[in-house]
Design a protein around this ligand. Sequence first.
Ligand SMILES: *Cc1c(COP(=O)(O)O)cnc(C)c1O
Length: 358
Amino acid sequence: MTPRAHNFGAGPAVLPVEVLTEAREALLSFGDTGVGILELSHRSDAFVAVREEAAARLRRLAGAGDDWAVLFLQGGASLQFHMVPLNLGADADYVVTGVWAQKAYEEARRLGPARVAATTEGTGHDRLPDALDVRPGAAFVHYTSNNTIYGTQWPAPPGAGVAPLVCDASSDIFSRPLDLARHALVYAGAQKNLGPAGVTVVLARRDLLARSAGRDLPPMLDYAVQARHDSSYNTCPTFGIYVVGLVARWLEAQGGLAALAERNAAKATRVYAALDAAPHLYRGHARPEARSLMNVTFRLRDEALERRFLSQAEARGLVGLKGHRTLGGLRASLYNALPDAAVDALVSLLEDFARENG
Ligand SMILES: *Cc1c(COP(=O)(O)O)cnc(C)c1O
């Protein structure tokens, strides 16, 4: 087998080796069932236990009590762009800090009079807004905790006043403690920091679920229906739920979210320090105070150098460093599961390349 590369891809992204090894075993036979995890009925006792355990672990990590629903849905974060306003009402305020936030806003506009509470478009989404113009009567306020493409991240949830706060946490969920009490709904496509593509985790305060009552929404798009059926109104994404459960167990074994936050900060600090040490060559996209600990976005002096950097990276076994097509340049994603050894390799490359191209 080809040895595993240092994978800095933004998503689907690196998963813990321990998780992959266990999942590999489960492919042929899960537990004592004699049936592979991909072949197991979503209604079997064995799988229901998997789903319940995964939900319980997410609940513990998030600090979510019984007044919260934990849902496993499909359609990615992009379907949540539609489901959130469909269920909660589209007279909502959006904080537009990047491509995904903009898409979420546009999806709400399809359904009603959503408005922009702040935007950072004018400065190429290189920072967070200073202030939000939110209405107390808004159906909710929506923000993106980590802007995967531009590499900015909210250090703490923004103040939304009295309106319920909704967060797209796709690229930084469980990278640090989650202040759930400040939120009404948090969602995340799993494929960045939680598991494989194909499952989306939604944490929703139960009192909000009643907002869709009597509206006869399509059942698959109705949070209340999904909650009532324990995410199994139809065949749920079984393998994704299984792997998310393994990742949640791994997160707990790492010492929980506070320990992970510390490690993630240390990882990102080392990468930013290497960039800052060679300002003649590297230029970060995000302003220092808004820098993401998950996605480090930067450019080199010119595109020819960027191409050379990428090919040297590949020669050293570092992959996934090409930036998103919207922004260009380079991007290093440093999710929970990215090992310290990968950061060591990236920092060495940044230092060597700066020395050779001074
Ligand atoms: C990747 C990403 C999305 C899109 O996720 P899909 O699951 O592909 O729909 C949405 N929001 C953020 C913040 C992302 O990083």
